[in-house]
Design a protein around this ligand. Structure first.
Ligand code: GLY
Length: 492
């Protein structure tokens, strides 16, 4: 058996490892712009080949798959989905684990995702407005005096989201100015060069609660959830600093338990069931809308809010990074078996099982990431490749030197009985990387610590108390908001 993997980050190294551990012993091939040293080793050991090429180009990926004669292709990142790589492969008769262009719209266009959710009345609907230009958005930014999340309306690598609280009346004018400035930078900077969506700016009501990612396998008929994972997006300890692609993630059991033998958890089993149902409804809705089947991984990047309980913040049309490491580390079922069941649309005939273990991932990044990636790029890296160390944004040059790629350099995985124990294992592994030119590396120490876990459980309890009250009173998801130009409206 031969498999082509598309992409070269930490997520793809974890996927490569899952294929390496498969009983089917596939030969692994990879296509990407950077040569990830960890994936490269697996490719060589299994007798495959590593091709340097643009993973977002449908023709390049198709030619690579055809030349290697692979049985199927597994797409790691989102951008190849947005560019129609799975469509091209399927047209050419090569099976693919990856969402085709039309169904991947639920990730690519955050505005279309919200439209779909409201059209099909899927629970967890947030109030939103979408805009094609900066000028159109200005009156809303100036008049709407509530806390908001300002977002690029397209997925642009997890960047550009800003939440602005609007509680202090004395800062009203200042906040207006900050909102306007950010909306302008969404339009002019973050969305620059993205002409594949009509709407450029999304303004959503601000909600609070613990976030989590619910990744699911789907063949378009069946949706199978993986353990919920909590990613930590901010660069520095205590959730400070700019948002990154994810500085680390935690998981235990299906519902983010403290430990295997401890029932304290961020989520309840009922909340996992509701979240899975929401993701399933989204898959059904996008298939109905497009007439296309969804083959691959779909994920709800969710929040337990006081308004709705489980609420979609965004959708992913692929595994999360680093969230993939948490789930693949405990996946008991053979990944090849799952891929074949997706391709043949028989996911309902297999049992997808996960070991009940705690997992914690900590990413180590060069200084400069995420705001000045040029500064974080091109440094010679030395890494002791112990079990649990995954290469992420790194490039193995022909002379054998490994250079930083400008994003997270390595992702360190700890597996244990409890999240705090797994956190200590991952913490130890973060010291395995250094840069030969003395440039600095950083990571977050607090991910999975007892203190941070306690705080997140407390936040979940607060949100749960309120949404359960709303549920009892029959007002789940109902609220009255003031819409500029319209006045007060009941939404929900
Ligand atoms: N961890 C965030 C993402 O995969 O986009």
């Amino acid at each position: 058996m031969k498999v082509l993997l598309v992409g070269s980050g930490g997520r793809e190294h974890a996927i490569a490892k899952a294929f390496y551990n498969s009983g089917y012993e596939p030969k692994l091939f990879c296509v990407s712009e950077l040569v990830n040293p960890g994936i490269n080793r697996i490719v060589k050991e299994t007798g495959g080949e590593y091709y340097v090429g643009n993973p977002n180009n449908p023709e390049t990926v198709f030619q690579t798959a055809a030349r290697a004669g692979v049985d199927f292709v597994f797409i790691g990142p989102e951008e190849p989905n947005f560019r129609g790589v799975p469509d091209k492969l399927e047209e050419e008769g090569i099976p693919c684990i990856g969402a085709n262009r039309e169904v991947a719209e639920i990730e690519m266009s955050k505005a279309s995702m919200r439209d779909l959710q409201w059209k099909y009345m899927i629970p967890g609907r947030l109030w939103y407005k979408k805009f094609k230009t900066f000028e159109e958005a200005v009156p809303y930014v100036e008049e709407y005096a509530e806390s908001v999340a300002l977002k690029p309306a397209r997925q642009v690598g997890g960047k550009g989201v800003k939440v602005i609280e609007d509680f202090q009346v004395y800062l009203k004018e200042e906040k207006k100015r900050v909102k306007k400035k950010h909306v302008e930078s969404i339009y002019r900077d973050y969305m620059k060069g993205y002409d594949d969506v009509d709407f450029k700016i999304l303004i959503e009501e601000r909600v609070w609660g613990p976030e989590y990612t619910l990744q699911c396998f789907t063949d378009g008929r069946t949706v199978i959830p993986m353990p919920a994972v909590q990613d930590n997006k901010h660069a520095f300890d205590g959730d400070l600093g700019p948002e990154t692609g994810g500085m680390g993630s935690i998981a235990c059991g299906m519902n983010l338990k403290w430990s295997v033998n401890d029932d304290r958890a961020i989520l309840t089993e009922e909340e996992i069931e509701k979240s899975t149902e929401i993701v399933r409804m989204m898959v059904e809705a996008i298939q109905k809308e497009t007439g296309r089947k969804y083959h691959g991984v779909v994920a709800g990047q969710m929040m337990l809010t006081s308004i709705w309980g489980p609420t979609i913040i965004e959708m992913y049309s692929r595994l999360g990074d680093p969230e993939a490491l948490n789930v693949l580390a405990v996946l008991k079922t053979d990944l090849v078996e799952i891929c074949e069941a997706i391709i043949s649309e028989k996911l309902n005939t297999i049992r997808v099982e996960f070991e009940e273990k705690a997992t914690v991932v900590k990413a180590v990044s060069p200084e400069g990431y995420p705001l000045n990636r040029d500064l974080a790029k091109g440094h010679p890296a030395i890494v002791d490749e112990e079990e649990g160390v995954f290469w992420a944004s790194a490039h193995l040059r022909e002379d054998g030197v490994v250079e930083t790629g400008g994003s997270r350099l390595i992702e360190c995985l700890g597996v244990a009985e409890s999240i705090p124990e797994a956190s200590l294992i991952a913490e130890r592994l973060t010291s395995k990387a250094r840069l030969a030119d003395g440039w600095g590396l950083f990571h977050r120490s607090d991910i999975g610590s007892e203190k941070s876990l306690e705080r997140r459980i407390m936040l979940a309890n607060m949100a749960r108390e309120i949404y359960k009250y709303r549920e009892r009173k029959g007002i789940l998801g109902k609220r009255i908001i003031w819409i500029p130009g319209k006045g007060l409206e009941e939404v929900g």
